[in-house]
Design a protein around this ligand. Structure first.
Ligand SMILES: Nc1nc(=O)c2c([nH]1)NC[C@@H]1CN(c3ccc(C(=O)N[C@@H](CCC(=O)O)C(=O)O)cc3)C=[N+]21
Length: 281
């Protein structure tokens, strides 16, 4: 038996096509602005793919490329200008930022109504309280892939490996809000293999190639691999040892072509949502 492959690339393409139809019917173009400081390689692929996807869906998309030596004060001034720019519906500041800039200070400065990453404390707090708000893109993509797989979180044992504020924690919260029984495992978890083996839904968001081994996966489990790591041969690989996992999992997302494209589709959905909410007043 071999796992069903959850095609995130195809699902993302369908969602972007649906978005394009909705955007074409609007009286305005939703505007996304991405701010990139320096050229961290982790951001490169994302910025290029996002820009193309945004334009194809009828959004206006702009990337402000600032030099590596931009000061925190200068970046805050850019964010404030975008907060006040009525043509900008969504603001995304690419992470990671250079070490001399405090990430929290920058994220806190983004207008929560334009925070299409969903990283602002107001939006993260809303998520924790299960109230309406902008939800982080990758975690939303994870939930949509589960839905696509026909897997209901309700009552299910879910294990999320990773506790980052941008993926692990919000994924755990979304699963909890969807009535899963959630374990958040991390680098200090005593027996990671044992925790993973209990999972009916396993979400890997660690950022280390292949650390989740095939025999950590319960028979028939649904595996969502959030990791996008560069392997020794330069190819993209996930956090899950994919070939090993195939005979164990019931369904699994590939890397590339799984969660990554969904992140971009959800970013555009968040941008439309922010645009409609702001323009409704
Ligand atoms: N403020 C902020 N928000 C982010 O969401 C954010 C960020 N900063 N910094 C960088 C990371 C990285 N990230 C990716 C999203 C999609 C793909 C993606 O589309 N990957 C495709 C294609 C990869 C390829 O072909 O090279 C795939 O996995 O199939 C990759 C990486 C978002 N990030």
């Amino acid at each position: 038996m071999s796992a069903r492959i959850l095609d995130g690339k195809a699902l993302a393409a369908r969602r972007r096509a649906a978005l394009a139809t909705r955007v074409a019917a609007l009286q305005f173009r939703p505007g996304l602005c991405v701010v990139r400081v320096g050229d961290d390689p982790a951001s490169g692929v994302y910025v290029r793919n996002k820009d193309r996807a945004a334009r194809e869906a009828g959004f206006s998309s702009e990337t402000l490329q600032l030099p590596e030596n931009t000061t925190e004060a200068e970046l805050l001034a850019v964010v404030k200008r975008l907060n006040g720019d009525a043509s900008v519906d969504g603001i995304l500041v690419q992470l990671p930022l250079p070490g001399h800039i405090r990430t929290e200070a920058v994220l806190d400065a983004i207008d929560p109504a334009k925070d299409v990453d969903g990283f602002h404390p107001v939006n993260q707090g809303a998520l924790m309280l299960n109230r309406p708000g902008l939800v982080p893109c990758t975690p939303r993509g994870v939930m949509l892939l589960l839905e696509e797989a026909g897997v209901s979180p309700k009552g299910a044992r879910a294990v999320v490996v990773g506790r980052s504020t941008i993926v692990g924690r919000p994924v755990s919260t979304l699963l909890l809000n969807a009535d899963a029984t959630v374990t958040t495992a991390h680098s200090r978890t005593r027996d990671l293999a044992a925790e993973c083996r209990r999972a009916e839904i396993l979400v890997a968001a660690v950022g280390r190639a292949g650390i989740i081994r095939g025999d950590w996966i319960a028979p028939g489990a649904t595996v969502i691999d959030v990791g996008i790591n560069r392997g020794a041969d330069g190819k993209l690989v996930g956090d899950v040892a994919y070939a090993e996992a195939l005979p164990h999992a019931g369904a699994i997302t590939p890397v590339p072509g799984g969660v990554g494209p969904m992140t971009i589709a959800c970013l555009l959905e968040n941008t439309l949502e922010a645009a409609l909410a702001r323009r409704a007043g």
